[in-house]
Design a protein around this ligand. Structure first.
Ligand code: VGL
Ligand code: ZN
Length: 181
């Protein structure tokens, strides 16, 4: 049973430069994430990839009164992964209901159960965006009792000052910040 899981958060085309909701320099962490995926796979970890997977009328979109431009609509090119995942990666689709926002990979999904069933004790988190979905996912991982690590060289935020605050909040909550691994 794998004691560890790598959770790759929302590494999707729309969050990269050229996408509809770009994270600045989001593409700079693609190869870092791919490297972690390979290394964690090699050491027997469970590989999890979350994806934002919105219906086209999702409440987070400006057309529905939400804060964001349309992004990561189910089954569109913008929702595709930009990282290389192994065959047996666990894909977690989130924010799939029109009237519910969900930043965390644990919210409205069976991620916690999957991790427990697989004997996971520690989770390592990378991806985008640091102050939104990465933060929410890491906080929920702690709440669910997992030893939680953030891979600092493989996350990117939308705004540097918000990202800085998010890292402080995560550290306070018990997430261990790792410069690299
Ligand atoms: C995200 C804003 C809206 C994220 C998702 O993945 O951090 N941010 N939807
Ligand atoms: Zn979204």
């Amino acid at each position: 049973m794998p004691e560890e899981a790598l959770i790759v958060v929302d590494m999707q085309r729309d969050f990269m430069p050229g996408g509809t909701l770009p994270v600045p320099d989001g593409d700079k962490i693609i190869s870092k994430c791919n490297g972690y995926i390979k290394n964690f796979k090699k050491r027997g970890a469970l590989i999890v990839a979350t994806r934002d997977w919105h219906p086209k009328n999702h409440i987070s979109f400006k057309a529905q009164g939400g804060p964001w431009p349309r992004h990561c609509v189910q089954d569109t090119p913008g929702a595709e992964f930009v990282v290389e995942l192994p065959q047996d990666a666990v894909i977690i689709s989130k924010a799939t209901e029109p009237d519910k926002e969900a930043y965390s990979g644990f919210e409205g999904t069976n991620l916690a159960e999957i991790l427990r069933e697989n004997g996971v004790k520690s989770v390592y988190v990378c991806g985008v965006a640091t102050e939104y979905c990465v933060k929410a996912t890491a906080l929920d991982a702690v709440k669910n009792g997992f030893e939680t690590y953030l891979l600092l060289d493989a996350v990117k935020g939308i705004k540097p000052e918000d990202e800085e605050l998010a890292l402080k909040e995560l550290e306070k909550a018990g997430v261990k910040l790792l410069p690299s691994l």
